[in-house]
Design a protein. Structure first.
Length: 256
């Protein structure tokens, strides 16, 4: 697979959008034409069904917007299922220790490097005849394993988590982390900034990508990007729609 998200993340920040409101596959081409690199399909908090996630993921592949699925937890079965049906990676929440990170990483890799199940069909690669061995060789490097750092425990163990083989991305769930630190939504609090710096430093030491989501303020988000965070969740479609709708109504009803 040419020009994968994994390739792009090595050279520049890549931006994604969480798809919560949109129930149809049009969102993939819309995000492409807006310049986004990836989409965040949510099985932890989002309302989308598994079928909707599958169809949207495959549309993302066609559009060149890499589909990643945020799981509900680290359970192997659902990870195997989304990776067999269109996802090009998973984002797993509440990874507080290297043991959980290693479990997740193994579900993203085919044997002998992991425990990922070999499906009968690999829709990410189309439907031309292809051996399972060839499919695994192509999908292996392109499949992204992201673990979420969103607790005080995870920040304390971040160096060990970053060292886990097979983990590609350390992704800070900033909203949850501020709550865990006892400072809800205080994204610029010194303790929060120090936690982000710790994640960025550990990622750099171990050759991993780091990123974040949940930071609405663009200035604060740019501060974190300047730390070297390249995997950036820009927002969600619901919030973007509401912001655009309100701004449009204001423009039509207010007179200067």
């Amino acid at each position: 697979m040419a020009d994968t998200l994994a390739d792009r993340l090595r050279t520049r920040p890549c931006f994604g959008v969480s798809c919560r409101l949109t129930r149809t596959t049009d969102i993939a081409a819309m995000l492409r034409d807006c310049g986004y690199d990836w989409m965040f399909l949510d099985l932890e908090h989002g309302p989308l069904s598994f079928d909707q996630i599958t169809q949207t993921a495959l549309a993302g592949i066609e559009a060149g917007v890499t589909p990643l699925v945020r799981m509900a937890d680290a359970a192997p079965g659902p990870i195997h299922r989304v990776l067999s049906n269109g996802a090009m990676g998973v984002i797993v929440p509440h990874v507080d220790d290297p043991e959980t990170a290693a479990l997740v990483a193994r579900q993203c890799r085919f044997p002998p490097h992991g425990d990922r199940s070999v499906p009968g069909i690999v829709p990410q690669l189309g439907y031309a005849p292809r051996s399972f061995a060839d499919a695994a060789d192509i999908l292996g490097p392109a499949t992204l394993c992201a673990v979420m750092i969103e607790s005080r425990a995870a920040v304390g163990a971040v160096d060990e988590i970053a060292a886990v083989e097979g983990v590609d991305i350390l992704f800070v769930g900033a909203s949850d982390l501020t709550f865990q630190l006892g400072k809800p939504s205080a994204y610029d609090d010194p303790e929060m900034v120090a936690a982000m710096q710790a994640v960025a430093a550990a990622s750099q030491r171990h050759g991993k990508i780091c990123g974040f989501g949940g930071v609405a303020d663009a200035g604060m988000a740019r501060r974190y990007i300047d730390m070297g965070m390249r995997f950036v969740l820009a927002g969600n479609d619901q919030t973007m729609f509401l912001q655009g709708a309100r701004a449009r109504l204001k423009a039509l009803t207010e007179r200067g």
